[in-house]
Design a protein around this ligand. Structure first.
Ligand code: TPP
Ligand code: MG
Length: 374
């Protein structure tokens, strides 16, 4: 009975927490601890740096809008999951990227590739399944990969990439580097057995300073149509890392500067110690789960509207304008310029050829010379 009542109450008030207070549905505040100052001054971010962040976030948002247009025009086969609403998370964490670092994520992966330096037109061509695509049109939206830039994918199997990320972090330390791996996973993926096995090893190896794996839980509060509270009895996702002796914290994933502050502090510590760390970034998917999620029966329009008020791009805009770093007209002009560049990206993808038929036989098995050299 109690369960039924909870469910009824849950559906009445919506399951997506209280955005105004920065509180997720698991009831835990996303506010970055007051002891950490994330103002532009404290982070040493001048107008140029703030605008550069703005360009990145808008670049991701408008790329995703363009991808959705491409999907609706029937140009993108298979499935499409966009990152709209979550931009501050990857933008903030990847701002700490150094050559040799790696990132690995699930299928909501366009933003990570864009932020790590893959060519937007190659990513779009990949979504369109074209031979000019990032992985020659053979991966599609969920399987972006760009090894020279440290982007290690792009995985469609929920939780499947987590052991790989932990293994990559082990290799980085084994090879005596100070690099780290950023391992992004969803709130839904954390219940997968692969997570628990990998987190256990990460904690163990971390004791010896052999696992600089930064677990970034992108808690957008739903795994497809299932809210966190319906997926687990213990809804404090960061606290699950206690089982593996991995230190953790939460951050407001809608506030870019809070994420940057957290990322810098945590990553510096990891480079030094080689130990793992987990951050639960509280965020919200402002769009349907994927292109096939038409009715969004699992959440109310009001809930989405409330979270839209905390759009991460809007929050950054306010900070930029309040600090007198740019005015609305200047920000409008930036958006217009990026929108135009995305039109060119779409045109490139559309005009690109299909992969050559011979490509069916390439990149299937590792090249013998590569296998031999490792
Ligand atoms: C092993 C496995 N089980 C189920 C699915 C189907 N599936 C695709 S996305 C998804 C939800 C994952 O949610 P979350 O990890 O929170 O990521 P989000 O979509 O919110 O970014 C599920 C269950 C899958 N792809 N792989
Ligand atoms: Mg989720």
């Amino acid at each position: 009975m109690a369960t039924t009542q909870t469910r009824q109450q849950g559906s009445k008030k919506g399951r997506g927490g209280d955005p105004a207070a920065g509180v997720a549905q698991n009831g835990v505040s996303a506010k970055n601890g007051a002891s950490h100052d994330s103002s532009p001054e404290a982070l040493g971010l001048d107008a140029q740096a703030m605008i550069a962040f703005y360009r990145k976030m808008v670049g991701v948002r408008l790329f995703e809008d363009g991808a959705q247009r491409g999907f609706r025009r029937g140009k993108i086969g298979g499935y499409l999951h966009v990152y709209t609403g979550q931009e501050a998370v990857a933008t903030g964490f990847l701002s700490t990227y150094e050559p040799g670092d790696r990132a690995i994520t699930a299928y909501r992966d366009h933003a990570h590739a864009l932020l790590m330096g893959s060519e937007p037109k190659e990513i779009m061509a990949e979504l369109f399944g074209r031979g000019t695509g990032l992985v020659k049109g053979k991966g599609g939206s969920m399987h972006l990969f760009d090894e020279p830039n440290g982007m290690m994918g792009g995985y469609g199997i929920v939780g499947g990439h987590i052991p790989l990320g932990v293994g990559m972090a082990y290799a980085q330390r084994y090879q005596n580097t100070t690099n780290i791996t950023q391992l992004y996973l969803g709130d839904g993926a954390i219940h997968n057995g692969a997570f628990h096995e990998a987190a256990n090893l990460s904690g163990l190896w971390g004791r010896e300073g052999l696992n600089p794996c930064l677990f970034i839980i992108e808690n957008n509060q739903y795994g497809m149509g299932t809210s966190v509270e319906r997926a687990t009895a213990m809804t404090d996702l960061a606290a699950k890392f206690d089982s593996y002796a991995i230190p953790h914290e939460k951050v407001d994933g809608m506030d870019l500067l809070a994420v940057v502050e957290c990322a810098r502090r945590v990553v510096a510590h990891m480079r030094e110690t080689g130990q793992p760390y987990a951050v639960e970034a509280l965020t919200y998917r402002l769009v349907p789960h994927g292109a096939g999620d038409f009715f969004e029966k699992y959440r109310t329009k009001d809930e989405v509207a409330e979270w839209r008020k905390r759009d991460p791009i809007g929050i950054l805009e306010e900070k930029i304008v309040a600090a007198g770093m740019a005015d609305d007209d200047q920000l409008d002009a930036i958006r217009a310029e990026i929108r135009e560049s995305i039109d060119a990206v779409l045109q490139f993808a559309d005009e690109s050829p299909e992969p050559a038929i011979e490509e069916l036989y390439t990149d299937v098995y590792a090249d013998e010379s590569v296998v031999g050299s490792r």
